[in-house]
Design a protein around this ligand. Structure first.
Ligand code: UD2
Ligand code: MN
Length: 548
């Protein structure tokens, strides 16, 4: 009996010791040393010149990285739009040339917040994905990285992510269906526990001291959304090509919402270590305070697969009181590809146009007409509901897109246009609209509705009032004093003048009158006292004459 009691006590004590070892972070190394075979690698030099050991836990890179598939051997660019054979040949923990300006090295950073790294991936190559993760662990002081959250966007091969959580700090979440990078990142952000979120693409390599200047800037200015300079990893050779230090390029775009790199405005003088304002971010690699990201409504989860989310986030950051910046002391390499290596369920053009249209409709106010001018087919593409995103913008009390253009991106000039006015032609809460249920199409008054594009009229210098290729038309002989919407023809019947809030028909000298709101708008003798002839017109366009 005594013997039995002693055995029990021994068992309990050893279980307690095991539990302590298991749950105590400090002693975990002892526990793991005994129970799990471990792989260790050495870190690169941190920003302060020190190194640390990086544990890969029980993860074995050798068995993770697999021989190339037959199709990869036949054409190494086929599946990933980069040379996957070359990538597989390069060590997963390779050294990189330190691409920072010398002045970046001397800067001490203390009291930085920690970050969660979020990487969404879809059918990424194992070698690039692993190099992305390992580069983060090797080039970041451990206390600054809380976790690395990988969101597998329902890749064909679920195994790619299955072994990675053996690496300490790495967690993998697999979507139940393909969601696209936007909803995948939002999922990652929802799981993240740190104060700061840092997003990376799944084929990056972070360089020495990449994170500290980003976190430093956010600690200093919590509404700053900060991007590193992106160095180029060559798609064929996987050479790491250091982006030139001068000029540092910043993000810009054209009215079709196509992103481009540009030199910063010439008037700006910078020290090499100063953050630079950028009108938009490239999209994939940046840090943002988690609470700021949440307050801004994260990303628009109505957007699919790829594209447009960088505009949505950049516009709202600027318009709602923050700023988007490039921090030149932070450097991250990225494999820039020439084509999408994956399919888009709805086609890439359709998807990007749909996403861009959501951005234009929610954020670009009257400037969205320039987007449609550049992408006429966008008008025909359904883009889902946007009322919640508009509500969000109202709640946040964000500034106008005109403010954004004038203050953040004055280099983007409106296209030359012969437009004098653009917007709604109103009587009280009613707006001039078309009734397409009739042939010919009649014009009517309808309750104003910002979602109805048919209420947005462009009044040209010559006098035509047009919407979507149709012009207000009245001809006493053919339209019987009704005002119709007909294809624009440059005809006299389509010329209108403004006179003291009245819309006067040039041919007849009569006025647009809403006396029969149910039947349609008509021409009638002008009467300055008739309220049914009085219109609230949009402000005159001061932009159309600006030089380009
Ligand atoms: C750029 C951005 C990218 C994103 C995109 C616009 C950089 C370096 N890259 O395109 O981050 O902002 O512009 O949307 O600024 N992915 C998924 N699910 C998908 C498709 C992609 O998870 O359905 C992942 C993909 O594995 C990658 C990331 O999203 O990690 C970005 O995709 P990409 O590398 O094809 O985009 P990129 O670099 O051409
Ligand atoms: Mn990418």
């Amino acid at each position: 009996m005594k013997k039995y009691r002693r055995l029990c006590a021994l068992l309990i004590i050893s279980m307690i010791i095991l539990c302590v070892l298991h749950y105590s972070g400090d002693l975990q190394f002892l526990y793991k040393a005994f129970f799990i075979p471990k792989h260790w690698i050495s870190s690169d030099t941190d920003v302060d010149g020190k190194t640390h050991s990086v544990s890969l836990g029980s993860f074995d890179p050798g068995s993770y990285l697999q021989p190339p598939s037959i199709s990869d051997q036949k054409d190494p660019f086929l599946n990933h739009a980069f040379n996957v054979l070359k990538s597989n040949d390069i060590p997963f923990d390779r050294p990189l040339p330190d691409s920072r300006n010398k002045r970046c090295k001397a800067r001490p950073f203390t009291d930085l917040p920690a970050t969660s790294v979020i990487i969404a991936y879809y059918n990424e190559a194992r070698s690039t994905l692993l190099r992305t993760v390992v580069s983060v662990l090797r080039r970041t002081p451990p206390e600054l990285i809380k976790e690395i959250l990988l969101i597998d966007d329902f890749s064909d091969d679920a195994e790619v992510g299955r072994l990675l959580p053996e690496i300490p700090k790495v967690q993998v979440y697999r979507n139940k269906k393909r969601e696209g990078l936007i909803r995948s990142r939002v999922r990652g952000a929802g799981l993240a526990e740190s104060e700061v979120l840092t997003f990376l693409d799944s084929h990056c390599e972070v360089n020495v001291g990449w994170l500290e200047p980003l976190l430093y800037r956010i600690a200093e200015s919590p509404k700053a959304v900060v991007c590193p300079i992106l160095d180029v990893i060559n798609t064929s050779t996987f050479d790491y090509i250091v982006a030139p230090q001068t000029p540092v390029v910043v993000g810009g775009f054209d009215w079709g919402l196509n992103f481009k790199w540009e030199p910063p405005p010439q008037s700006m003088v910078f020290r090499p270590e100063d953050p630079r304002k950028t009108a938009v971010m490239a999209g994939g690699v940046f840090s943002i305070s988690r609470s700021w990201f949440n307050k801004l409504g994260k990303y628009d989860t109505g957007m699919d697969i790829w594209g447009g989310e960088n505009f949505e986030l950049s516009f709202k950051v600027w318009m709602c009181g923050g700023q988007v910046e490039i921090v030149p002391c932070s450097r991250v390499g990225h494999v820039f590809r020439k084509r999408h290596p994956y399919e888009f369920p709805d086609g890439d053009t359709n998807t990007v146009i749909r996403n861009s249209r959501r951005v234009a409709e929610v954020w670009m106010d009257e400037y969205k007409k320039y987007f449609y001018k550049k992408k006429p087919s966008a008008r025909m593409k359904p883009f889902g509901r946007i009322s919640n995103r508009k509500k969000l913008r109202n709640q946040l009390q964000c500034r106008s897109f005109a403010w954004y253009i004038n203050n953040v991106y004055p280099a983007l000039k409106p296209p030359v246009s012969d437009e004098v006015m653009y917007g709604r032609l109103k009587q009280g809460d009613l707006c001039l609209d078309v009734d397409t249920g009739h042939v010919p199409i009649i014009t009517i008054l309808r309750p104003c509705d910002t979602d109805r594009a048919s209420q947005e009229w462009s009044w040209k210098k010559r006098g035509d009032i047009t919407n979507n290729g149709l012009c207000l038309t009245a001809n006493p002989e053919t339209t019987h004093s009704y005002i119709l919407a007909k294809f624009c023809s440059q005809d006299e019947s389509q010329i209108w003048m403004e006179r003291k809030s009245q819309i006067v028909h040039n041919l007849t000298g009569q006025c647009v009158d809403a006396r029969k709101p149910d039947i349609g708008l008509v021409l009638a003798e002008c009467d300055p006292n008739n309220t049914q002839q009085k219109w609230i017109l949009p402000v005159k366009n001061h932009l159309h004459s600006r030089d380009l």
